[in-house]
Design a protein around this ligand. Structure first.
Ligand code: SF4
Ligand code: MG
Length: 337
């Protein structure tokens, strides 16, 4: 399949200023040297604990932030440092569905106004064509056309997220970043919104970056998964491989914390409980950034930052346990995780 999005060595560092002169004294490395590709038509899940940089990463990929450094290609076009007019030209191709539809929809605009806004900005449609397109989009997301002149507060959370999705679809994007699109919704309607996103993907040939802390949901929707820890990629792999045979100690710990659906097969002996707090991204540990919490950390881990390497076809891991230079002792240690 074709690569629609190519992210290479992406860094998003926010300066820390202190003292009277507000001098830059450090940086929060929210996204630190992250690389991944997204293939056309797939859903790439992006998971990790809150504060791991996944949302910042999603926003940088869409160029809602200008990254500190690195490369982002959309459909072969470099956008990491693209000027305003180039971004404006490419904006219709890449859109975002936000976590909180309440906060992302203008409360003073009607549904038609909200969905029609990108059309006003980016298309030369007549008012009549625009109205037709708004109705079409409302149909596509399952909103009654009679509601076109109502305001966001008149809708439920699930319906508001449908409005947000319709707006994201208005310009026929190829790529959509869904940032925790169901986290703010009642559990009872989360599945409906996920089903809608999947249905739209099939009908419209969309490509998704699906950001979530909910590992069960990502297992349901994603084709491949990126696991982030403290601004860096820990592991990337196809969904089934990654969930059935996680390689990185952090992925193992994350997955062992997910409730087992079948209590009979549940083996508590295999659970890894993560020790300690997540370190600050302003002051990450030396060497492997997981070394302060990793149950199998070795000496080398505290000295050397492991590179992301392809250790099996399609399986990418940043961990010394899998590097060639590491001894058999380390490989044995991995068995006990
Ligand atoms: Fe653990 Fe070392 Fe692997 Fe980091 S590199 S995850 S500390 S074993
Ligand atoms: Mg899918």
């Amino acid at each position: 399949a074709k690569k629609l999005v190519e992210v290479k060595n992406l860094k998003m560092h926010f300066p820390i200023r202190s003292g009277l002169l507000r001098r830059v004294t450090g940086a929060v490395k929210a996204v630190d040297d992250v690389s991944f590709d997204i293939y056309e038509g797939e859903t790439l899940g992006l998971v990790g604990e809150s504060g791991c940089g996944k949302s910042t990463c999603g926003r940088a990929v869409l160029r809602l932030y200008e990254p500190t450094s690195g490369s982002i290609k959309l459909d072969g076009e470099e956008i990491a440092h693209a000027p305003f007019d180039k971004l404006r030209r490419l904006r219709p191709k890449m859109q975002m569905v936000f976590q909180d539809p309440q906060a992302s929809l203008n409360p003073r605009m009607t549904v038609a106004g909200i969905i029609g806004e990108p059309l006003m900005e980016h298309s030369k449609m007549s008012a009549k064509e625009r109205t037709e397109r708004i109705y079409e989009l409302m149909d596509a997301v399952g909103l009654n056309r009679d509601f076109a002149n109502r305001y966001p507060h008149e809708f439920s959370g699930g319906q508001r997220q449908r409005i947000g999705i319709a707006r994201a679809l208005a310009l026929n994007p190829k790529f959509i970043v869904c940032d925790e699109p169901i986290a703010a919704l009642d559990v009872s309607i989360q599945a409906q919104v996920v089903n809608l996103l999947e249905d739209l993907q099939d009908r419209l040939g969309l490509t998704y970056l699906f950001i979530s802390h909910d590992l069960s949901m990502v297992r349901h929707i994603a084709d491949r998964v990126v696991v982030m820890y403290l601004g860096k990629v820990a592991e990337i792999g196809p969904r089934d491989g990654l969930y059935e045979d996680p390689l990185h100690p952090y992925t193992k710990a994350l997955l062992s914390a997910v409730p087992e659906p079948d209590p009979v097969s549940h083996d508590n002996a295999n659970r890894t409980i993560l020790q300690g707090d997540v370190p600050s991204p302003a002051n990450p540990p030396k060497g492997c950034n997981f070394s302060t919490r990793c149950p199998v950390a070795m000496d080398i881990c505290r000295r050397l930052d492991p590179e992301v390497a392809e250790v099996k076809p399609g399986r990418f891991v940043a961990c010394h346990l899998y590097s060639e230079t590491t001894s058999q002792t380390a490989a044995n240690a991995a068995q006990t995780v």
